[in-house]
Design a protein around this ligand. Structure first.
Ligand SMILES: C[S@@+](CC[C@H](N)C(=O)[O-])C[C@H]1O[C@@H](n2cnc3c(N)ncnc32)[C@H](O)[C@@H]1O
Length: 368
């Protein structure tokens, strides 16, 4: 099994391992949007260890290849993950709903690397004999969609972006950052919102930065090419304005992918960065950190990532988190929740959501 040196691995672990003496700040739900979300989002029921809900278990013949129970009971797996995940700055809570996919990945990893039991895996990790970067990759979700959580984009289009546009003069930069940008879906969705609203064209210039830890995803993002079936994620009226091919048309290349319009790439940049360790030097009026830190990271790490994001926010800037996520308690004094998972830092000019938008969003399923 390939691996890093003991010193390298120790440094790798020490970066994110939580301080066990620290009192963990429990995330809270703040604001009316969060309360509405809480009613909408019922977490699958789980046992005392936080074991996955019954429906989330793999339905495989007991003991067959690919069956995690070949190695251990579900409770033992959960215990292992509760021990293992904090070493990567992660927490089991963020993975419980994804147990099916996670266990399939773990079993594949065990099979490929001839690991025969959880005890053996634990030993390998503890003694730094396995590649920790590879384990880190096992725990990464990379799924993203264009305009994921439509209500959020609608709020940005009708409320936040026009507000920000009026705060900047013509020709000034309006900088936005997508943290954990995957293959660029979020970045290009924002770019499309901006480009399609002619009214803002005479205002500031939009600059979009996408960062991700995964080089291969960034390669796709940079190319701005997507499998042709991804067009279905985009509202039909916008498809032809975003992709350089129409529905039903054959894709423009042999790989079955379709490029986005070059206009959407203006002012867009991608960079490899691990948000656990570094952040950009620029400051931003809008930061999207969705389906990453405030879902899967350990409470200590969530707190330090939040502090770093705040340092990157301009006064009165906006932070957007995922539809089912919450900010650490310490955010309550510094942010106001102004929309679904949209928080404004209290330090600058105050934004109030237009009342028609609040009414419209209240009657809409935001998760679509
Ligand atoms: C579930 S996707 C979410 C993508 C997008 N933010 C969204 O909500 O559609 C999570 C992304 O975060 C990236 N990621 C995971 N760990 C990261 C880290 N430590 N630093 C930066 N990006 C990370 C993954 O590679 C993946 O592309």
């Amino acid at each position: 099994m390939g691996g890093a040196t003991v010193g390298e691995c120790d440094r790798f672990m020490a970066r994110w391992e939580p301080d066990s003496r620290a009192v963990m700040a429990q995330p809270i739900r703040i604001g009316p949007w969060q309360r509405r979300k809480a009613r909408r989002t019922l977490v699958a029921p789980s046992g005392p260890t936080g074991a996955p809900a019954r429906g989330a278990l793999l339905r495989l013949p007991r003991g067959s290849r690919g069956d995690p129970r070949r190695y251990a009971s579900t409770e033992e797996w959960v215990e292992f993950l509760q021990w293992c995940l904090p070493r990567f700055g992660l927490q089991w809570r963020g993975f419980r709903r994804h147990w099916r996919r996670l266990s399939a990945r773990l079993v594949r990893h065990f099979e490929q690397n001839h690991v025969h039991s959880l005890a053996e895996a634990r030993q390998l990790i503890e003694s730094n004999r396995d590649s920790l970067a590879r384990w880190d990759r096992l725990f990464r979700w990379t799924r993203s969609r264009f305009f994921q959580d439509r209500g959020v984009y609608e709020h940005l289009r009708q409320g936040v972006l026009p507000f920000l546009a009026t705060q900047k003069g013509p020709g000034e930069e309006l900088r936005c950052w997508s943290v954990g940008c995957a293959a660029g879906e979020e970045v290009y969705s924002l770019s499309a919102l901006w480009q399609l609203e002619q009214a803002w064209q005479s205002g500031p210039e939009l600059r979009l930065l996408g960062t991700d830890v995964d080089e291969s995803l960034l390669g796709f993002a940079d190319r701005g090419e997507f499998a042709i079936d991804r067009m279905a994620e985009v509202p039909s009226a916008w498809r032809s304005r975003i992709f350089a091919a129409h529905e039903g048309e054959s894709s423009s290349n042999a790989a079955g992918t379709v490029p986005i319009h070059s206009q959407l790439r203006e002012g867009v940049m991608f960079r490899r960065q691990d948000v656990r360790e570094e952040t950009p030097e620029e400051s931003f009026a809008l930061i999207l950190c969705r389906n990453l830190a405030f879902r899967g990271f350990h409470a200590d790490l969530q707190q330090s990532v939040l502090e770093r994001l705040i340092r990157c926010l301009e006064p009165g800037g906006f932070l957007v988190i995922g539809a089912h996520e919450t900010l650490p308690t310490s955010a309550a004094e510094r942010f106001r929740e102004v929309g679904p998972g949209i928080f404004q830092h209290c330090s600058g000019p105050r934004y109030d959501a237009p009342s028609h938008l609040a009414r419209w969003l209240a009657s809409t399923d935001l998760a679509n």
